[in-house]
Design a protein. Structure first.
Lengths: 158, 234
């Protein structure tokens, strides 16, 4: 670097240095922004997974009588289904962890569908839970889905 | 009473040099100040760089942790479901002696032999949870559910003596079912083995006369309970 008579850098040198520093900062800022964005979307995904897990825990045994909360699917006699079970059954709100996540439900359009396939094998039902939400990373919007399933077995009847 | 502050030689030198540098145009103090400024800029850039790199690793680490937690959870669900399906097949085999590709062994015959003739306990038998394997391949991507291994780990058969009254306790035993679940395609490979012990007991619809110490088994009904005694995850 060249020293001026006044003991500093020339204006051009300062501008070049500022440009280099700014360009050096860009990837850092982008990375930080991406990290914040990922954390925001991870929070929604974690909640969706939690909602699925809580639903399976709540109804994951034959004696939990999930049929009481579902209705028969039209055209499929051995399938019972329901959506957003907490809407019609306020007692489920705290059990499924909805109370603490009202804002997430509204902002990200989170929906849950539960289905019970009765006697998938003789003596065994298939309970499946599927949660969907809107993933709005950047400019693109797409619907993400997480899905879990569990077999429920009946009593051993001879 | 106050004393005058003594003037040290270093202060005198600094003051002198300062005067001289200002007179010369390029001062020593200016160069030092610029150096400090450069040092500060470098320090700030380094710190920002560390923040950026830290953000990258944090994001990556969070994703990996999340993936692992979800993967382990899915593995447990898959293992639990595989064992549930195996229990269904075992029940059918215990009730009727049913065998198929899902359940190649006749469990009714095996346990009757154990009960009647003190035959060796069935070990390392296999049940194939086909439905669960297909299900988890479809909903959880790269999950692989192994076949379920079944062992008889305990059996108690109350001895019938002569023509006395039948024993109060029914014959009973414990089956151990274990299954391995793995997800190699994920960011962090997952391999879990889920073991459950299931209790069963035997009842008889009609107690026919006994011959010696042998227990009649033609009308035996094996009942495998609804829930496992315990679950172990390795």
């Amino acid at each position: 670097m060249r020293w001026t008579h006044h003991g500093g850098f020339t204006t051009v040198e300062v501008l070049i240095a500022a440009t280099i520093i700014s360009f050096a900062l860009l990837p850092i800022l982008l990375m930080v922004q991406r990290n914040v964005e990922t954390a925001r979307l991870d929070r929604v995904r974690v909640f969706a997974e939690t909602l699925c897990h809580n639903t399976l825990e709540r109804f994951g045994r034959s004696e939990d009588l999930v049929l009481l909360f579902l209705s028969r699917s039209p055209g499929r006699p051995n399938v019972y289904s329901g959506t957003d079970l907490w809407r019609d059954n306020p007692e489920l709100r705290s059990q499924l962890g909805i109370d603490a996540a009202e804002e997430l439900l509204a902002v990200y359009g989170i929906h849950m569908s539960v289905a019970l396939l009765v006697n998938q094998q003789p003596g065994m039902d298939l309970l499946s839970c599927r949660v969907s939400w809107v993933n709005d990373r950047g400019d693109r919007r797409r619907t993400d889905v997480v899905s879990y399933a569990r077999y429920l077995i009946h009593d051993h009847v001879h | 009473m106050s004393y005058p502050t003594p003037v040290t030689s270093s202060m005198t030198m600094f003051t002198d040099r300062g005067r001289r540098d200002r007179w010369m145009g390029v001062s020593v103090r200016s160069r030092r100040g610029t150096g400090v400024l450069l040092g500060l800029v470098m320090l700030i850039l380094t710190l920002l760089g560390l923040v950026g790199i830290g953000a990258f690793f944090q994001s990556s680490g969070t994703g990996r942790t999340h993936s692992r937690v979800v993967g382990v959870r899915s593995a447990l669900e898959a293992g639990d479901s595989a064992i549930a399906e195996a229990v269904i097949y075992l029940r059918r085999s215990l009730d009727t002696g049913w065998t198929a590709s899902e359940c190649p062994d006749n469990w009714r015959s095996s346990l009757c032999s154990v009960m009647q003739q003190n035959a060796p306990w069935p070990r390392d038998k296999t049940v194939v949870p086909k439905s669960c394997q297909l299900l988890y391949a479809s909903i959880a991507g790269a999950f692989r559910v192994d076949n379920v291994k079944v062992d008889l780990v305990d059996f108690f058969n109350p001895r019938v003596t002569g023509s006395g009254p039948p024993p109060i306790e029914p014959p009973q035993g414990v089956l151990q079912l274990s299954v391995g679940v793995s997800a190699s395609g994920r960011v962090v490979p997952i391999r879990k083995i889920i073991r459950q012990r299931w209790s069963f007991y035997v009842t008889f619809t009609r107690r026919s006369p006994t011959v010696g110490s042998q227990t009649p088994v033609t009308d035996a009904a094996f009942t495998l309970l609804l829930h496992p005694l315990a679950t172990v995850i390795e």
